[in-house]
Write a protein that binds this ligand. Structure first.
Ligand code: HEC
Length: 252
């Protein structure tokens, strides 16, 4: 039995390594789901730069609007603000879909752009943040870019106007088995974008924040409810204990 468990753990190890981003050190996203301003900035980046290719088909605009705080003073949905996010939709109850047919997308990009509603749960927030920050120039690729955590990615660097275009600084290392491999040690800006490095870090964080919210819209509420449940259980325990004492008083 023990052997079986050990074998299982070792069999699972490579998968765990993959989940961490193929051995690449991931950068910490440090998102804050309670920060509505960040979620709103992230949503704006998402609809402007991503929704042309990727859908978030399990999200409705009006729900998103309420959740990220696009509300009026009396807590109603602020439709005017929400409309600014609705570049590809008319009605507030519509889902965040796109018009690009999957078949065409596959032809153009090799792989169709996947729906991003729950991508943060599949990849993790640190992976996403690192992904947005590690596009680099690679002339051998169809779009002229590659990515450090998603090797030979079929997506262009869509945020390049903001971040700029950078090239990777590489060095060749020999690992423990004597195999040579090239690793990226840093980046050098070639064409600066409209944002400073700090501003782009914040933009990547906001976008990651929005995707993390999208993957599980209820998570903020869930934690709040959890606290109330624990408080309730605590008081209920006292009541139950007193009741038990009362019932058993005459038995002993
Ligand atoms: C021009 C079309 C296009 C745009 C715009 C675009 N993407 Fe992509 N994206 C793709 C394609 C195609 C893939 C699939 C790449 C592959 O599998 O090689 C992809 C893959 C991804 C992945 C990896 C999915 C996975 O398999 O884990 C993420 C995350 C992602 N995109 C996020 C974004 C975000 C966020 C934006 C907006 C900032 C964006 N994309 C804008 C085309 C696009």
């Amino acid at each position: 039995m023990k052997k079986l468990i050990v074998a299982f753990v070792f069999a699972a190890l490579p998968a765990l390594g993959m989940a961490a981003g193929g051995g690449v050190q991931l950068q910490k996203a440090n998102i804050d789901l309670a920060d509505n301003a960040s979620l709103q900035r992230g949503a704006r980046i998402f609809v402007n730069y991503c929704l042309s290719c990727h859908s978030a088909a399990y999200q409705r605009y009006n729900r998103v609007g309420m959740d990220i705080g696009l509300t009026t003073d009396d807590g109603e949905l602020d439709v005017d603000q929400l409309k600014q996010l609705m570049l590809a939709a008319d009605k507030v109850g519509e889902t965040m879909t796109i018009a690009m047919p999957q078949g065409d997308a596959k032809k153009w990009f090799g792989n169709p752009p996947p729906d991003l509603t729950v991508i943060a749960r599949a990849r993790g927030v640190d992976w996403l943040y690192t992904y947005f920050k590690t596009f680099y120039i690679d002339e051998s690729r169809p779009f002229g870019v590659n990515n450090q955590v998603f090797a030979d990615v079929g997506m262009p660097h869509v945020l390049w106007e903001l971040e700029g275009m950078k090239k990777a600084v590489k060095k060749t290392e020999t690992d423990a088995d004597g195999n040579e491999k090239t690793v990226i040690t840093g980046y050098e800006m070639v064409t600066p974008g409209s944002m400073s490095e700090q501003e782009y870090d914040q933009a990547a964080r906001d976008l990651t924040n929005f995707l993390a919210y999208s993957g599980e819209p209820i998570q903020l509420k869930r934690k709040e409810i959890g606290v109330y449940v624990l408080i309730f259980l605590f008081f209920f325990f006292i009541v139950a204990y007193l009741l038990k004492k009362e019932y058993w008083k005459d038995v002993h």
